[in-house]
Structures are given as C-alpha cells and as structure tokens.
Design a protein around this ligand. Structure first.
Ligand SMILES: *Cc1c(COP(=O)(O)O)cnc(C)c1O
Length: 235
C-alpha cells in the first residue's frame, strides 16, 4: 500500500502542474485546452500510477513498451486511460504494443513506420504517430534528423498510420533559453513540412518537467511530465 500522504502529494502536484500549464498557455496567448499533459509514469509502479489517474490525469506515458504492457494489464488500470509510448519501440514489440492502442510519439527510425502500418492494418485500426526529431544533435539522444524525416514523408505515409506531428527533447543539460530555441526550431521545421505535405501536423510533443513552460511558448500541444508529478517535495 502506498502512503496516503504520498497520494495527497501526487494529487497536489497534479493540480500545481495543471495550473502552471494553464498559466504558461495564457502567457503565450494560447488556450489551456490546446495543451494535453501526458503524465510520465516510468518512475513509479502501477499502484502509484493509479493515484495519478485518480487525481485526474488520464493520459499516461511510458518509455518502455514492456512496462506499458504490464501497467495497462494490471488491475489498477481501466479504460479511461489513454496510453502514450514515448520511448524506443523495437519492431518485434510493435504487435503487442498496438493491442493497447497507444499514441506513439517516438517513431525514431524510418524502418519502424512500415511495421506499425502492417500491424495496424491487421488489427483494422489507425495508429496515431509522431516522428521523433533529434534537434539537439546529441548522439546520446534518439530520433531522426531533418533529412531523414523529409525523405520519409516524401515516400508517403503508409496506410493504417496517421501522422499527427513531431516529438522532440531538448539536449541534455541545455539551459531553458537554449531549450526554447530548440523548440522554436522544431516548430519552424513542422511549418516547412506542412508546406511539403497536405498534412496538418498539428501536434508538437515537447517539454518535460524542467522546460514545459518554454515548450508551450513555442507551440507544444503535448507536454510530457514525469518527475514533477511524483516529487515528494513541494514544487
Ligand atoms: C522521462 C521522460 C519524460 C519526463 O521527464 P521528466 O523530466 O521527469 O518530466 C519525458 N519524455 C521522455 C521521452 C522521457 O523519457
């Protein structure tokens, strides 16, 4: 059993993060409703994840496919949850992962898209995906470079897949100002892709605990927040 004080802390953290996201949206001249908060639950077990859901967070993100499967299968979870895969998806894990109908933020290689397409068609579903761009240039970060993304799009998005936008992470150790510049570059790149295709590419998944305010200023529509929600010290 998790400690009731921790359950209350999580509920409070959720409210604080919701308020800060709202403030950041208003500051940027945007509507709070334009931004979806994905609660990143990779740090905690199913019981603690359930406490976040009870606090009102119904979009959950996991970075490891197996952990997403296990959590989604656990008795703590119900149908109200919308799953987001935000980490690397191995092609041999596509089939099992799609059972949970996640939105996949992390299409990080051109070879993954045909696999997701094939399996989506087999299940008669459409899978929403985002292409992960490596903007920081860090070798340690995953994602495709701009050329790879352009050529992938020029080849045509396969059936069964609905490309909704781009996902990015600021480089490790970047300060908030540089993070904001990187997010602005993602938005501009999305705008050029829009002209290349007839796709709206309306989703930008960017911003984490330390830089979501900057990401919202640059047009993020999904922020992926983990540590701030599970912290035991007031934010
Ligand atoms: C862990 C993780 C997050 C959340 O990071 P926090 O700094 O804990 O908010 C967001 N996106 C991805 C891809 C992650 O792996």
């Amino acid at each position: 059993m998790i400690d009731q004080r921790y359950v209350q802390q999580i509920a409070l953290n959720w409210q604080v993060v919701c308020d800060q996201v709202r403030d950041a949206a208003l500051q940027a001249g945007r509507q709070a409703e334009e931004i979806r908060i994905v609660g990143v639950t990779k740090y905690v077990d199913a019981e603690t994840t359930a406490a976040l859901v009870r606090a009102g967070c119904f979009d959950l993100g996991e970075n490891r496919p197996q952990v997403l499967w296990e959590k989604a299968d656990s008795d703590e979870m119900d149908d109200s949850i919308r799953w987001h895969l935000i980490g690397h998806l191995q092609r041999n894990k596509v089939r099992r992962t799609l059972q949970y109908r996640p939105r996949i933020h992390s299409i990080d290689s051109p070879r993954l898209l045909p696999a997701v397409s094939e399996e989506s068609l087999r299940l008669s579903i459409t899978t929403e995906v985002l292409l992960e761009i490596n903007i920081s240039g860090d070798d340690t970060k995953t994602g495709m470079n701009a050329n790879q993304i352009e050529s992938l799009i020029d080849q045509g998005i396969p059936q069964g897949v609905h490309l909704v936008g781009l996902m990015a992470m600021a480089g490790l150790g970047t300060d908030r100002g540089s993070a904001q510049q990187q997010f602005a570059a993602v938005r501009r790149f999305r705008d050029t892709l829009r002209q290349r295709t007839d796709l709206p590419l309306s989703e930008l998944s960017m911003g984490m605990s330390k830089d979501f305010v900057e990401a919202i200023a640059e047009g993020a529509t999904m922020v992926r927040i983990g540590s701030r929600l599970f912290s035991t010290t007031p934010s």
